[in-house]
Design a protein around this ligand. Structure first.
Ligand SMILES: Cc1cc2nc3c(=O)[nH]c(=O)nc-3n(C[C@H](O)[C@H](O)[C@H](O)COP(=O)(O)OP(=O)(O)OC[C@H]3O[C@@H](n4cnc5c(N)ncnc54)[C@H](O)[C@@H]3O)c2cc1C
Length: 363
């Protein structure tokens, strides 16, 4: 079976079958104690149960596009999620609900929905990884988030040892977060997305996207136009995987945009007084989201900023830390991340938090 997931043949270190570098978009990560591939929901459950019976730790890995795995790897069982497929489970005149297997490549799903005239995912085009991982950090881009269209998630509950359904309202969705992130209790088996039957996108919310489409914020555009424009914008920032472009050997954004209370935000404004107004967006509860990319850039870490062993900030996007040489270690990438985090804190007093899940490493 051809596989769209990251399994690079070069620049991924020694050709050890279990080296997790082969399965991560950063091309980093030491060996797995045991590597299992699961191609169906039943196999995912079975392989997790088998590992539990062996008293093995379990790491669920799909596209490997949002994990940083330490150089020592993962001592337990890594279950590679490779289940595929989707089916319509409910429909009416206006909406279609599709149930998608966890291992379905995300962008294949987006392409299918756009081709079918189902609106809701078009602005999430080009994001790497699997459908099953999208609830984990409430994947979002260009003004859309999966939380808006997920109606429920089927999971294997490792604590209770049973398959269960969790409604969207109970998923704890928040900005790049959910109950699933940093918890190993649930394995996502399928995800239900409710989409609108419409040849047009939802209202375009992101100013940069609206500009690129030549429309006003709030306008709707043909689904295919939204998808093509998002893909073009993302490619220009190294945010679409490209085996030939080391700027994409990353986890996308390495840091989340900090969400500050009023006091912390005013402190930032004072500290940044010589730099103009920091880009910001209002958030519920009188909180303010600020741009991590702006903070990083203004703290002196511009595009292309080098780290040890050929790691670097992407030359196309300040938020993407890359294994640019293809031969770096996780320790080197983490050292670069620390340098940036500490530099931003020293300059602006704002803490940066990593967006990817860190496995056997920390910054
Ligand atoms: C170039 C690039 C651009 C990106 N752009 C964006 C973006 O615009 N917006 C955005 O939100 N993210 C972005 N990302 C991050 C990433 O693509 C998403 O978070 C994606 O959903 C991760 O999917 P994955 O299958 O690769 O997950 P993995 O990296 O394999 O896993 C990530 C985490 O989810 C867990 N996990 C995965 N599958 C399951 C499952 N079935 N059940 C339980 N746990 C599971 C893993 O254990 C791990 O903790 C980008 C990454 C890259 C490399």
């Amino acid at each position: 079976m051809s596989d769209v997931y990251a399994e690079p043949t070069t620049g991924a270190g020694p050709a050890v079958p279990s080296a997790l570098a082969r399965y991560t978009t950063l091309r980093l990560g030491g060996p797995a104690g045991r590597l299992e591939t699961a191609t169906s929901t039943e196999e995912i459950v079975q392989k997790v149960q088998d590992a539990q019976r062996r008293d093995d730790q379990v790491l669920i890995l799909a596209g490997g596009s949002n994990v940083v795995v330490g150089d020592a790897g993962f001592p337990g069982t890594v279950v590679l999620v490779r289940s595929r497929g989707l089916r319509v489970v409910a429909e009416d005149a206006d909406t279609v609900t599709v149930r998608v297997e966890a291992g379905e490549p995300w962008d294949d799903l987006v392409a299918t929905t756009v081709a079918n005239g189902w609106s809701g995912l078009e602005c999430l085009s080009g994001i790497p990884g699997s459908a099953g991982a999208t609830p984990i950090q409430n994947v979002g881009a260009y003004g859309q988030e999966v939380a808006e269209i997920i109606t429920g998630v089927e999971v294997y509950d490792r604590r209770d040892g049973r398959v269960d359904r969790i409604d969207a309202a109970d998923c704890g969705f928040a900005y790049r977060s959910s109950i699933f992130k940093y918890s190993d209790r649930w394995v996502v088996l399928t995800v239900d997305f409710r989409l609108h039957r419409s040849p047009l996108s939802g209202p375009v919310r992101y100013a940069e996207l609206a500009r690129a489409l030549g429309v006003e914020v709030g306008d709707r555009v043909p689904l295919a136009d939204a998808r093509a424009t998002v893909l073009r914008l993302r490619a220009g920032k190294g945010m679409v995987l490209d085996a030939a472009d080391p700027d994409t050997w990353s986890v996308g954004s390495f840091f989340t945009n900090p969400v500050l209370d009023r006091e912390a935000y005013e402190l930032l404004r004072e500290r940044a007084a010589d730099l103009g107004e920091p880009p910001s967006w209002p958030c519920p509860g009188d909180m303010v989201k600020v741009s991590a990319a702006w903070l990083i850039d203004k703290a002196g870490f511009g595009k292309g900023h080098p780290g040890p062993e050929g790691t670097a900030i992407s030359s196309k996007h300040t938020l993407a830390l890359t294994n640019h040489s293809g031969t770096a270690s996780t320790a080197a990438l983490v050292a670069l991340a620390r340098e940036i985090r500490d530099g931003v804190h020293a300059r602006f007093g704002v803490p940066l938090h990593p967006e990817p899940v860190l496995v056997n490493c920390q910054i």
